[in-house]
Design a protein around this ligand. Sequence first.
Ligand SMILES: [Zn+2]
Ligand SMILES: [Zn+2]
Length: 330
Amino acid sequence: MSVLLVHPRLAGDPFADPVLYLDFRFGRRALLFDIGDLAPLSPREIARVTQVFVSHMHMDHFAAFDRLLRLSLYRDARVDLVGPPGLADAVESKLRAYTWNLLDAESRDFSLSASDWAEGGFMHASLFRARDAFRRQEIAPPSLNGMALMDDPEFTIEAAVLDHGVPSLAFTFQEKTRVNVHKARLDALGLPVGPWLTEAKRSVRRGDLSRRLSPADGRQVTIRDLLEAGALRTGAGQRIVYATDLAFTELNTKRLVALAHGADRLYIEAGFLEEDRLLAASKKHLTAAQAGSIARLAGVAEAFPMHFSPRYADRADELRAEFASAMAGG
Ligand SMILES: [Zn+2]
Ligand SMILES: [Zn+2]
């Protein structure tokens, strides 16, 4: 049995302002790629969000910042936002639009951070605390190298900078190791299935092989025992890629193909029909066929076209058909 670390899903239909919701199977935690329209998500789902990665600050990708703020304000929590240069200024401007005279040191300890990332690393980061009436405070940005935006014990987030007239970031969620349970081997060891396996899998992903667990009365096993007996097996982790709002240029294609190479799932903008490719080019967007050709070059297992232009409200099938045909090499 294979249990994935996260379940990705588009919050709305392909015409909605984009949001990819990555919900963790274990623990109260979720990540967002873009905050276009959060209306399809429940307040409970939004309250789980701990990190938000913003492709760029066009309104259709950033407008639901207000809803996220509204639903998070009365929680002791922190939400970290990462985006292209200008994100921290944009977050500050959003916060400055409201009156915060009722916030003080007794308020809930809610805070937001906003970090500007450009190719090669973080430029700077700012923190905004509810208890400080969301005054901007400069903080040390994460020190990560290369294309990494986040390095969690269980996954990494990487980005590529694409050209959309402005820099637009495409993101990859890379699970570090996938851990499967082999039930027959577990039975052979006389060990029960149960919540202890969640802890065991986490230890495998963290490389903590000498960790000792007590799965049954009086029994103790180490992670190494379970791997050697084949009761736990490892494989390549899940790779999920989100790419939207990019011009169809050689450099964008090269960068996105490198980022999405061999991905399990690619979510990609496919907003225009081929008959309108000049219009798509003038807006620095992909057509569905161009998006399909990128999915084919990247060799992704599954692709999900999204961010359809509202001009095709009753022609979604044509967009999907042009995407699928190009992905198949037609
Ligand atoms: Zn845009
Ligand atoms: Zn857009």
